[in-house]
Write a protein that binds this ligand. Structure first.
Ligand SMILES: [Zn+2]
Length: 436
């Protein structure tokens, strides 16, 4: 849910400068509490900020979010305002704040202003209350899976062109995937497999005594001549959604999010990984494979779960989770028999399941473009995989250590800066409480 909060952040002069002094007291927490609901932790918020200045001059500003210990979480925006008339002017900015700091009780919104000519500075801050988070359930994670984010990743990959292993596009895609993983806080990213360039992102579990590893992956290479959207940029998009969401939570056991290479030429990437894992005695409890994971042109929601004897219990559990979370799939079992990156895991006696759409669709053809992806189907498929992984890797809590998040974000630009835009004129006057 997106709430809109109107906050006017005035630039005010110390004495007789050209900027109108606005009363700070208009922004007490009580005042905010009256006019806005408290925000639930993790909620998406839109801030509307209005700088109110009067007179001519140039001003620079930056707006930051601080945690309840005064530590910078992120810089929302910095910029300049030029006022070239003597009349009262307002500049409005919308910022979409996707994640409210966890468990802090409140966070602080702070604005700094500098008069470019005189060097005079001002600042203003206000506390924003945050509700205690609700009881943690796996459904909370599932509800965050975002269809459009899956599609964005798939479109980005398609944009590189046919990603046949060994091609420049394949190499470019590997770099893109590495950078994407690296931008997610709390993940450790590495290439694996030498020239094959699997991209492996690890979310460390909380239990240091546990050596159990849960892996979810999808191949990013495509068949020769195919844009590889449903096969398998969509699968990679699902894996990134799981990484984005699950990295905001703590699990007892390690989770790995992997983009494999060279599936179309015999699963060379995943073989390289499993071989190395075997020599390192990595204790892989389960591998969940997404391939051909989002093709459902008629909205039939028929999903095939492919499993072997060792993994039949996981497949059974997924069928139960499909019901308990109301995902609405009609589940079939082992209708498909195609080999994908689950194969090396099966061959080494490691539990693994793969989901497959009802039909192959345009896979391996020039027509396999992102418009063929059924995003709702892909979202539900990702939710099902995330449900079983969250359960088995033992979901323990949210990332409640604000500082842990903050350190990694310090100095980083917000991920959704692009959502800043002018607000409608109807929102231009922020609050009547502002009048002096
Ligand atoms: Zn494939």
């Amino acid at each position: 849910m997106a709430l809109v909060l109107l906050i006017a952040i005035p630039a005010f002069a110390q004495n007789n400068g050209p900027i109108r002094i606005k009363p700070l007291m208009a922004y007490t927490q009580d005042d905010l509490g009256v006019t806005t609901p408290w925000f639930t932790v993790g909620e998406e918020i839109n801030f509307v900020m209005a700088h109110e200045v009067k007179g001519t001059g140039s001003y620079r500003y930056r707006i930051e979010v601080l945690d309840n210990a005064g530590v910078l979480i992120y810089k929302i925006k910095s910029g300049a305002i030029d006022i070239d008339t003597a009349t009262f002017q307002t500049e409005n900015i919308i910022y979409e704040l996707n994640e409210v700091p966890w468990g802090a009780g409140y966070f602080t919104l702070k604005a700094f202003y500098v008069d470019v000519k005189t060097g005079n500075t001002w600042s203003h801050q206000t506390k924003i209350h945050v509700q205690d988070p609700p009881e943690l359930e796996i459904g909370e994670l599932l509800s965050q899976v975002n269809e459009s984010k899956i599609l964005v990743t798939a479109s980005d990959l398609q944009g590189f062109g046919t990603r046949e292993v060994g091609s420049q596009a394949n190499d470019d895609a590997a770099t893109y995937l590495y950078d994407r993983f690296a931008a997610i806080p709390r993940l450790t990213v590495a290439y694996q497999g030498g020239a094959l360039q699997n991209v492996v992102a690890t979310l460390a579990g909380t239990d240091e005594a546990s050596d159990k590893v849960y892996i979810v992956g999808a191949h990013y290479d495509s068949a020769p001549g195919s844009p590889g959207a449903t096969d398998n940029a969509c699968g990679v998009g699902i894996v990134f959604e799981l990484a984005r969401i699950m990295s905001k939570y703590r699990f007892k056991h390690d989770l790995k999010f992997v983009a494999w290479n060279a599936e179309e030429s015999g699963s060379g990437g995943s073989y390289a990984y499993v071989n190395e894992a075997q020599s390192n005695y990595e204790n892989i409890e389960l591998y969940v494979n997404f391939d051909s994971a989002g093709y459902d042109p008629n909205g039939r929601l028929v999903l095939d779960i492919m499993f072997n004897a060792l993994s039949s219990g996981v497949a059974d559990r997924m069928s139960q989770l499909n019901n308990s979370y109301g995902l609405g799939f009609t589940i079939t079992n082992n209708v498909h028999s195609c080999w994908s990156d689950h194969k090396p895991f099966w061959e080494h006696g490691i539990r693994s399941v793969m989901t497959h759409s009802e039909e192959h669709g345009p896979a391996h053809t020039a027509n396999d473009t992102v418009d063929k992806i059924s995003t709702l189907y892909a979202k539900k498929n990702g939710q099902l995989g995330m449900a079983v992984l969250a359960e088995l890797a033992a979901l323990e809590g949210r990332v409640s250590s604000v500082g842990e998040n903050l350190l990694q974000r310090f100095g980083q630009e917000p991920r959704n800066e692009k959502s800043i835009k002018e607000i409608a004129d109807t929102l231009a006057r922020p609050r009547t409480a502002l009048s002096p």
